[in-house]
Design a protein around this ligand. Structure first.
Ligand SMILES: [Zn+2]
Length: 460
């Protein structure tokens, strides 16, 4: 009888103990995210970057990573750390990337203060939860867990954590040039891209691996004129010349392009969509030279079939009763990988005509970056890691229409793969760069075991 009672006690006792342990872990994970969110690492707030690199360094030391270099540069900081393989296999290191900086958030527009972590309706709210502190902290927690489990990588793992991804990209640019010896690697995993979309019933729509990203460039269109009195207009006119150039750019369609990533994206979309758009995409993929179909696909899935440019700012003239001496516009372009920035400028110049000068806005362009080659081993490792949580997970290659630090690293000859262990719910925006930014509580904690499995598979 006593024996039975003991057994019964044991049955009750063990789940309670297990639950407490899980709860402790959860609150420790949450506490670290909270500390990171509370530091408003917005461009220009150098002191907050210093506090965050200090916090990250302490946490990395807990993961047994003590080779940490902090670069103080351009009003921000970049943290580079190395987990050296105790018995190196001879394989080149893997570079892990994430960023500390966040986009400015105006507290007056938010429901709650942006730099305080809040939990609401199954989400963690706060600036940086979705981009990129949630994933950065997830990575640190995964490294700590691997250390706790006694994992020993067979190749070096390098971390590149930048502090200006959202603005200048100086950290990534310097890392791949001035500090190249610290970050040189066979390939990079960028935790600022990738991730999954899951339906509200828990079925996976898709997880994406970002292989390519569009690059960004701003072009200035300038029309100059000798001006004069508005009572005697002439055919030459700066404002009309600029307007004509902008209308020509509006009507222009760049040549459609495809790469491994976009082909897989379109294929997945066509397979899932049983309607007319799916049919249209299939027909276009069968004959990518068909411009008419490409234009229709682009109208529905904007930004994925080619380079796109759009006028975003305009100014000109100096008085209501004078002919303008100057009219200017800014045209923002998202350039398809494989197309050079200068090629885009030449096309815009041809469209603008001789009376309007088209020049690249200095410092606006992210570097040209070719898509990274598809790697079966990475796709497999990512999928296996995801399946520890989502048995039906599928991974599809992806090209993003926005740019990240990955562009600098690809440009330097290191292939980059955007992977993330977290996910969102289809149709529920995360507010990244916008209002009331959020990350699923389940995804924040759930990414850690996925990343542990992923890193184990990549670095064993
Ligand atoms: Zn980001």
């Amino acid at each position: 009888m006593r024996f039975l009672i003991l057994l019964a006690l044991a049955c009750f006792a063990s789940p309670v103990a297990g639950q407490t342990e899980a709860e402790d872990l959860r609150s420790a994970e949450r506490a670290l995210l909270e500390r990171a969110i509370e530091l408003p690492t917005v461009a220009g707030r150098t002191e907050d970057f210093r506090k965050l690199t200090k916090l990250l360094s302490e946490e990395l030391r807990k993961a047994g990573i003590s080779q940490i270099t902090i670069k103080d540069h351009d009003g921000t900081q970049t943290l580079i750390a190395r987990w050296s393989a105790p018995r190196p296999s001879g394989k080149k290191p893997i570079l892990f990337m994430a960023h500390m900086d966040v986009v400015e958030a105006d507290a007056a527009d938010w429901k709650h203060p942006p730099f305080e972590l809040r939990e609401e309706d199954g989400y963690y709210l706060g600036r940086g939860t979705a981009d990129n502190k949630g994933q950065l902290i997830g990575l640190v927690l995964a490294l700590q867990e691997l250390h706790r489990q006694g994992f020993q990588p067979s190749r070096d793992i390098i971390l590149l954590i930048t502090g200006d991804e959202e603005t200048t990209g100086n950290g990534a640019r310097r890392a791949t040039t001035e500090w190249r010896d610290l970050v040189d690697a066979e390939y990079a995993i960028n935790f600022d891209a990738g991730g999954g979309s899951v339906l509200s019933d828990g079925t996976v729509e898709a997880f994406i691996m970002q292989l390519a990203e569009k690059t960004v460039a701003d072009f200035r269109l300038t029309a100059l004129n000798r001006g004069g009195h508005s009572s005697s207009p002439r055919p030459d006119n700066a404002i009309y010349a600029l307007a004509g150039a902008l209308k020509a750019i509006e009507a222009h369609r760049f040549t459609p392009m495809l790469n491994d990533a976009t082909r897989a994206q379109f294929q997945l979309f066509a397979d899932r969509d049983k309607g007319r758009l799916g049919e249209l995409i299939k027909a276009w993929l069968n004959d990518p030279t068909n411009r008419e179909r490409a234009d229709l696909v682009e109208a529905n899935l904007i930004g994925y079939t080619r380079t796109r440019c759009v006028a975003t700012m305009i100014s000109g003239g100096h008085a209501p009763n004078a002919l303008a001496q100057k009219a200017e516009a800014n045209v923002n372009c998202r350039i398809f990988p494989g197309m050079k920035t200068e090629e885009v400028r030449l096309q815009l110049q041809a469209l603008a005509g001789p009376d309007v000068n088209v020049s690249l806005v200095e410092g606006s362009a992210t570097p040209d970056s070719d898509p990274s080659p598809l790697r079966g081993d990475l796709m497999q490792a990512y999928m296996e890691a995801l399946r520890t949580r989502f048995p039906d997970a599928v991974v599809t290659p992806f090209m993003s229409s926005y740019a990240t630090d990955g562009a600098f690293v690809r440009n330097a000859g290191i292939p980059v793969y955007g992977i993330s262990g977290d996910w969102g719910i289809v149709g529920k925006p995360t507010g990244s760069h916008g209002l009331d930014e959020r990350m699923l509580v389940d995804a924040f904690h759930g990414q850690v075991p996925i990343l542990v499995e992923l890193i184990r598979r990549l670095a064993i």
